[in-house]
Design a protein around this ligand. Structure first.
Ligand code: BG6
Length: 463
C-alpha cells in the first residue's frame, strides 16, 4: 500500500460566493434568497459582510497559492451578473470574476466554478423560483453569459450545488418549506437547467468540462432486517441516485419513480426535455461528502413529524419509507454530525461503479470552534485528524480502482456556515471576526494550513 498520490492529482480548496464574499449590495449586486432568508437564530451573523472575500480576494488567493493548491472551487453570485436574475448585464459584477480568474491563473491555479450555490436571485424567487419553468430559461441565459465571458480561461465548471440537500433541507437552506409536489417539480427544473448547462458548456467552451455537484453519502440499513434494507434502498435513491441517474443516465430511476407515485407527485415534463435528458451528459462528477446516513423502516408513528431537519444527523423521517437511526459504530463531531472516513471509500466505490466517470471531491471537512491564540496561532489538530483519515480513504479508493482525480476540501478560508454562522469554522485560513463583531477580518494561517501545504508539496500523506 503506497501513501503517494497520482502525479497530477488535483489538490484544491473550496468556497461559495454568499458564504464568503459579503459586499451584498456593492457594485450593483442584486439580492439573492440567501440575503433575504428567514433565520431561526438571530444571534448568528447573516451574509451581508461574511468574511469580505469580495474585497480580500487578492490576499486570499495569494495565501492559497502559498499553500500550494492546484484548483480553487468557488461560485459566481448570479446576482452580481444579473441583479434581477435576467435582463441587463451588470458589468462591474462581470468584471469582478474576470479579475478573480486572472488572479488565480497568475499563480497557476485552475478555477473550478460553480454556477449557482444556494443563492438564487430573489427577483426570480418572487416569480416562483425553481417551481417556475421561466427560472430554467433565466439560468440557461446566465450560464451562457458566464461561459462566453470566462470560457477562454476557465475550462472546468460545476452546475448547481447540492440540489439534493437544498430540496431535502429546504427550511434550513432556503428558510421555507416546499410542499412535496412542488419540491419534485423543482427537482425536474433544476435537473433540466443542469442539462442545459452541460449542453451549452460543450457548445460554447473549447475544451470545456462540466459536472454535477451533489452531496453524496451512502445510506446504511440500521440492521440486517429486510425492511431496514428496503428503507436504505429508498433513501439512497431519493437522496443520492435520483439526481446522478438524471445527470449521467438521463432518466428517472424506478425506485424514485415509485416514491413519487406513492406520494401522488406528478411531474410536468416539457416537450424539449426528452432530447436534453438523453443527449447531454457530464464529463466528471463533483461530489461533496461529510458523513454517511443510517436508516430503519419506520414501524410506528411515534409523534415525529414527517420531514428532514438535518441531513447530517439522524433527524430525518418519511412515514412509509425511512427513519434516521443513530449508528452506534460512528463518532460525532461537536455539531452532532457523524464522522465516517471508511464510508467515504465505500461511497466513492459505489458511485464510480455506477457511473464510470472521473470523480473530484469538492467538499469534505470539519466544522469546529477554533481558537485564535494570543500569538496569532490556531492549533486545529482535530481538523488535521479528520482530513488525514478522509484523505487516507481517498488513497485507498484510488488503489481499489476508482478514478478519483482530485480533492478540494471545505473550506479554503473560514466562511459563514449555512446553519451555524461564523462560530463553526472550516477553513485552512482563519478570519478574525465573531458573530456580532466584524473586527478587522485579518487572516491567519492555521496549523492545518501548514499540514496541507506539506501534503501538497510531497504529494504524500505523512505516515
Ligand atoms: C454543504 C454546502 O452542504 O455543507 C456548504 O454545500 C455548507 O455550503 C457545508 O457550508 C457545511 O454545512 P454547514 O451547515 O456546516 O455550513
Amino acid at each position: 500500500m503506497t501513501n503517494t498520490f497520482p502525479k497530477h492529482f488535483l489538490w484544491g480548496a473550496s468556497i461559495s460566493a454568499h458564504q464568503t464574499e459579503g459586499a451584498y449590495q456593492s457594485d450593483g449586486k442584486g439580492l439573492s434568497v440567501q440575503d433575504t432568508r428567514q433565520r431561526d437564530n438571530h444571534d448568528i451573523t447573516d451574509f451581508t459582510v461574511a468574511v469580505d472575500h469580495y474585497h480580500h480576494y487578492k490576499e486570499d488567493i495569494r495565501l492559497l497559492a502559498e499553500m500550494g493548491i492546484k484548483v480553487f472551487r468557488f461560485s459566481i453570485a448570479w446576482t452580481r451578473i444579473f441583479p434581477n436574475g435576467r435582463g441587463e448585464i451588470n458589468q462591474k459584477g462581470l468584471q469582478h470574476y474576470n479579475d478573480v480568474i486572472d488572479e488565480l491563473l497568475k499563480y497557476g491555479i485552475q478555477p473550478y466554478i460553480t454556477l449557482n450555490h444556494f443563492d438564487l436571485p430573489q427577483a426570480l424567487e418572487d416569480e416562483g423560483g425553481w417551481s417556475a419553468r421561466t427560472t430554467v430559461e433565466a439560468f440557461k441565459h446566465y450560464a451562457e453569459t458566464v461561459f462566453e465571458a470566462y470560457g477562454d480561461r476557465a475550462k472546468h465548471w460545476l452546475t448547481i450545488n447540492e440540489p439534493n440537500i437544498m430540496l431535502l433541507v429546504d427550511k434550513k437552506i432556503l428558510g421555507k418549506e416546499i410542499p412535496l409536489q412542488e419540491k419534485y417539480q423543482q427537482f425536474h427544473h433544476l435537473m433540466i437547467a443542469e442539462k442545459y448547462a452541460f449542453k451549452r458548456c460543450h457548445e460554447l467552451i473549447e475544451g470545456g468540462k462540466i459536472g454535477p455537484v451533489p452531496n453524496i453519502s451512502l445510506v446504511y440499513p440500521a440492521t440486517s432486517k429486510p425492511l431496514d434494507n428496503q428503507a436504505a434502498l429508498y433513501f439512497n435513491s431519493i437522496r443520492n441516485w435520483a439526481y446522478l441517474d438524471f445527470s449521467c443516465f438521463g432518466r428517472y430511476n424506478t425506485v424514485f419513480k415509485d416514491y413519487l407515485n406513492r406520494n401522488n407527485v406528478t411531474i410536468t415534463i416539457a416537450p424539449e426535455d426528452k432530447e436534453l435528458m438523453e443527449n447531454h451528459f457530464p464529463d466528471f462528477v463533483a461530489m461533496n461528502f461529510y458523513t454517511t446516513v443510517t436508516v430503519e423502516k419506520p414501524t410506528k408513528k411515534d409523534g415525529m413529524a414527517n420531514g428532514i431537519s438535518d441531513q447530517q444527523s439522524e433527524d430525518i423521517m418519511e412515514w412509509g419509507f425511512y427513519k434516521g437511526f443513530t449508528n452506534p459504530y460512528l463518532k460525532k463531531n461537536e455539531f452532532n454530525w457523524t464522522i465516517d472516513p471508511d464510508g467515504l471509500k465505500t461511497t466513492l466505490q459505489t458511485l464510480y461503479d455506477r457511473y464510470h466517470l472521473p470523480i473530484i471531491i469538492t467538499e469534505n471537512g470539519l466544522g469546529a470552534k477554533d481558537e485564535l491564540t494570543a500569538d496569532g496561532k490556531i492549533h486545529d489538530t482535530y481538523r488535521i485528524n479528520y482530513l488525514k483519515q478522509h484523505i487516507d480513504q481517498c488513497l485507498q479508493a484510488i488503489e481499489a480502482g476508482v478514478d478519483l482525480i482530485g480533492y478540494s476540501p471545505w473550506s479554503a478560508i473560514d466562511l459563514v456556515s449555512v446553519h451555524e454562522g461564523i462560530s463553526k469554522r472550516y477553513g485552512f485560513i482563519y478570519v478574525d471576526r465573531t458573530e456580532q463583531d466584524e473586527k478587522d477580518l485579518a487572516r491567519y494561517r492555521k496549523d492545518s494550513f501548514y499540514w496541507y501545504q506539506e501534503l501538497i508539496k510531497t504529494n504524500q500523506l505523512p505516515s
